[in-house]
Design a protein around this ligand. Structure first.
Ligand SMILES: NC(=O)c1ccc[n+]([C@@H]2O[C@H](COP(=O)([O-])OP(=O)(O)OC[C@H]3O[C@@H](n4cnc5c(N)ncnc54)[C@H](OP(=O)(O)O)[C@@H]3O)[C@@H](O)[C@H]2O)c1
Length: 188
């Protein structure tokens, strides 16, 4: 399984669940600190630093047998590079597309979308709210895995109501290390 946005709140949990379920997991993240956390703390098999460039070649080297599932949080060029390395009957979980959230003009889709046809593969949108009725099951599993030390997470806590805009921007600059939270005040 290949995961983009892998060191973030969503991607890091998706990748670790895949690992718990027996997959070989490769994460894509920005910078050496995030990549080290993925392999040394979160147990990913390999981390790709996309900021080093040449993503296509990095994916080829990290996934010599290609991937069967791509859990995509980023879209854009990252999705395009990933679609060059899919296996037959593979699946893309379209969780997000943060690369294009701030685009001011409509962005083109991947130019290699026909690879899905050739490889008889699927892309499907995923919205967590569809699974709300099963939240109890998920919370039970997630808490169990945290308790067993199988699931690691990071919380990035900023402070101050006045810092809401700059805290939101951290998601887009990649400054956040893990789940981005903002403390606005102490409880009364
Ligand atoms: N479908 C759903 O139900 C659902 C629910 C929640 C979130 N999401 C989606 O999941 C994704 C992650 O959300 P999150 O809240 O967990 O945030 P997050 O992953 O903790 O933080 C966002 C990360 O995205 C990466 N990023 C930002 N701009 C990028 C770009 N142009 N190219 C590549 N990477 C970029 C940065 O990581 P790097 O430093 O590694 O670049 C940043 O740290 C988002 O796309 C969000 O919309 C979907």
């Amino acid at each position: 399984m290949l995961v983009s946005g892998a060191a973030g709140a969503t991607g890091s949990v998706a990748g670790q669940i895949a690992k718990i379920k027996g997959c070989r997991v490769v994460g894509i993240a920005g910078g050496p600190e995030k990549c080290a956390w993925l392999t040394e703390e979160a147990g990913f098999d390999h981390a790709i630093d996309y900021k080093l460039g040449n993503l296509d070649q990095q994916i080829a080297e990290a996934c010599p047998e290609k991937w069967n599932v791509f859990f995509d949080n980023v879209g854009g060029d990252m999705l395009e590079a990933a679609l060059n390395h899919l296996n037959m009957r593979s699946r893309v979980v379209m969780c997000g597309g943060i690369a294009n959230y701030n685009a001011t003009t409509p962005q083109p889709g991947p130019t290699n979308i026909m690879n899905l046809v050739i490889m008889r593969s699927r892309m499907e949108g995923f919205i967590v709210l569809d699974y709300l009725p099963r939240a109890g099951e998920a919370i039970k599993d997630l808490l169990g895995w945290i308790g067993e030390g199988k699931l690691k997470y990071q919380v990035d806590m900023q402070e101050g109501f006045e810092n809401i805009p700059t805290t939101l921007q951290r998601l887009f600059t990649g400054k956040n290390l893990g789940k981005q939270l903002l403390k606005v005040a102490d409880p009364e």
